[in-house]
Write a protein that binds this ligand. Structure first.
Ligand code: ACO
Length: 324
């Protein structure tokens, strides 16, 4: 059975770090409030003239180097983002050009907000499994700082900019949960929950980019229940148990959501990868950023079972199980 095996990871965070204390100097908030409610201590913010495609390209180069591959070895580039450089073309095609690809491979964006990386991974996995491509670059990249209302203290303190990238390569497995690669992905959405988390603008409605609007408490409530349910779905589909999971790498939205979900699933804190403290919520970039950190510090090793999950605007939510 064809499997999509992880061949390399990369990440990029903009140079500029904005601490909670710096934010507290500009808006009515405090380091204590932000840390207690979200676990965030700082976030990275892209420089003027630094675009989502730039962040994505840096991360992609690192992932390609880790995989020992050249840009033209890649058959598919999927970029998960809600903050594209332009309304069109797809940021993936901009990344394709910035990487120097000349092989006429395909590139497109996936829009599922904070669940974007899980949706992009599932898409790439299906392209590989059906034999349409042998390699894929899956990127989560965001400049969320550009769609925040910097006067809304209930939202602007929670987000940051960044990018994470994963190279996938076709491999042969036995069709069991011992195979290396993506074992299972599970995606959902419910458009009736639009008003809980959205951006109040767009090309077809206001003609402007708009800013993020969120009902934090309601999002919180849905996050723990939906992400736990979609993880259970993934475990049942693969015949695995929470105890089998070596690393739980959730979307980094809020430390309290991460803790609540891990507790509900029975995954001990020592097996949870947390980067929300230093990255804040980077939406579609948060999972590949966290995966990249945990690979680099040798927590995630070949053969480990890794569980990812996310929820975002839409609402959208999803999970994936991979054997590294
Ligand atoms: N600094 C200081 N005070 C603040 C701030 C701030 N930055 N923001 C809000 N407050 C105040 C509010 O005005 C309110 O004051 P009041 O009681 O006088 O009215 C008080 O703090 C409590 O506000 P709540 O919104 O009720 O606080 P809550 O405990 O719900 O925490 C938070 C807010 C952190 C947004 C929480 O609801 C949350 O994390 N929700 C999930 C949202 C999330 O993670 N979204 C990410 C996108 S979706 C995703 O990625 C899954």
């Amino acid at each position: 059975m064809r499997r999509s095996v992880v061949a390399g990871m990369g990440r990029y965070l903009p140079e500029r770090i904005v601490t909670n204390a710096e934010l507290a100097g500009r808006i009515d908030t405090s380091d204590e409030w932000i840390r207690e409610r979200s676990g965030i201590t700082q976030r990275h913010i892209a420089a003027d003239g630094e675009f989502t495609s730039d962040l994505a390209t840096h991360a992609a180069r690192q992932a390609l180097a880790a995989a020992g591959m050249a840009p033209d070895d890649i058959g598919l580039i999927v970029v998960a983002t809600s903050t594209p450089d332009e309304t069109f073309p797809a940021t993936a095609t901009v990344v394709q050009s910035k990487l120097g690809c000349t092989n006429d491979s395909m590139g497109f964006d996936v829009q599922a907000v904070c669940s974007g990386f899980v949706f992009a991974l599932a898409t790439a996995d299906n392209f590989i499994k059906t034999g349409q491509v042998d390699t894929a670059l899956v990127i989560g990249a965001e400049t969320f700082s550009r769609i925040l209302d910097w006067n809304d203290r209930g939202t602007c303190v929670l987000f940051g900019d960044g990018a994470g990238a994963m190279v996938l390569k076709a491999g042969e497995g036995e069709g069991t949960s011992e195979d290396r690669g993506v074992l299972s992905t599970h995606l959902h959405s419910d458009g009736n929950l639009h008003d809980l988390l959205y951006v109040d603008g767009g090309p077809s409605s206001t003609g402007e980019v708009g800013v993020l609007r969120m009902e934090g408490r309601e999002v919180f409530r849905h996050a723990v229940s939906k992400m736990s349910a979609v993880v259970v779905e993934a475990l049942e589909a693969t015949g695995l148990k929470a105890e089998d999971v070596n690393w739980f790498v959730p979307h980094q939205a809020n430390k309290r959501i991460i803790d609540g979900t891990a507790r509900k699933l029975g995954v001990g804190a020592e097996r949870v990868v947390v980067t929300i403290d230093v990255h804040a919520n980077t939406s579609a970039a948060s999972i590949p950023l966290a995966l990249s950190v945990a690979v680099d510090d040798a927590r995630i090793k070949q053969g480990d079972l890794v569980l990812i999950e996310a929820m975002g605007g839409g609402l959208t939510w999803g999970s994936g199980i991979l054997r590294w």
